[in-house]
Write a protein that binds this ligand. Structure first.
Ligand code: SAM
Length: 239
């Protein structure tokens, strides 16, 4: 499997992704604003408005990191479990929740590829900017399907493939040249951001990822490109 420009074995990939997020955890929120000019907030708002969390619904926010998606869903009354493979990211999230006076969230350290939950527990499964870091995406999708109830919804927010002519070059320049520099200046970590950008480039294009979601068993799959596919919302339904 690939880690940035290198090919590594799956265990090594999982370890290195772990190291990347441990390195960036403390500066993660500030870096999101720096790199996206604050736009990630709008993408996340739009994402959660598509998920339409209902009061009392059980939602698993996978790769939930420092809680951005979970906080928005809890705001609407959903009962959210934030699960992430990286305890350092979760620790920052718990701290943020305390500062904001948000309680009632459950924080759980686990791997998206092998969840500890029994079948058919959740009304919705969300994963934002997480799935491209997972070593075996098909296993994570199979697990999402397994833990959802019938009628449950799957929602994924992820960087995708910019399709606007002319913008692609500008975006490539920005992401490959400038983002690692921003990472160096703001977070003192160029390498982690090199990996994060390269993992975007290697992520399957929208039709292919939609097919993977269908292959996992989901029906009524949909793709909503945002900003010409810079980011995309993929969704599906467990019938
Ligand atoms: N969802 C949050 C957000 O939108 O701000 C965090 C996104 S962050 C870019 C990606 C997260 O995916 C990290 O917290 C990382 O630890 C987590 N992650 C990577 N591989 C994972 C896996 N196999 N299982 C669970 N979480 C994983």
């Amino acid at each position: 499997v690939s880690f940035g420009y290198e090919n590594v074995d799956p265990v090594e990939k999982t370890r290195r992704v772990g190291a990347v997020f441990s390195n960036v955890a403390a500066k993660y929120d500030i870096m999101n604003d720096a790199m996206s000019g604050g736009m990630h907030r709008l993408w996340k708002d739009r994402f959660v408005s598509r998920v339409k969390p209902q009061p009392g619904e059980a939602i698993l926010d996978m790769a939930g990191g420092t809680g951005d998606i979970a906080f928005r869903m809890a705001d609407r009354g959903a009962e959210v479990v934030v699960a992430d493979i990286n305890q350092d990211m979760l620790d920052v999230g718990v701290e943020r929740a305390m500062q904001r006076g948000i309680d009632g969230l459950v924080w759980s350290c686990q791997n998206a590829e092998q969840l500890t939950y029994i079948d058919k527990q959740f009304d919705a499964y969300t994963i934002a900017f997480g799935i491209r870091n997972v070593t075996h995406i098909d296993r994570a999708l199979a697990e999402a399907y397994r833990v959802l109830k019938y009628g449950g919804r799957f929602y994924c927010l992820e960087f995708s493939t910019m399709t606007w002519p002319g913008m692609k070059e500008a975006y490539d320049f920005y992401s490959h040249r400038l983002v690692p520099q921003i990472g160096k200046i703001v977070a003192g970590d160029e390498e982690s951001y090199r990996y994060l950008i390269e993992s975007i480039r290697r992520f399957p294009p929208m039709p292919e990822f939609e097919r993977m979601i269908r292959d996992a068993g989901f029906v009524r799959t949909r793709v909503e490109p945002i900003m010409g596919g810079l980011v995309a919302i993929h969704s599906g339904w467990k019938a």
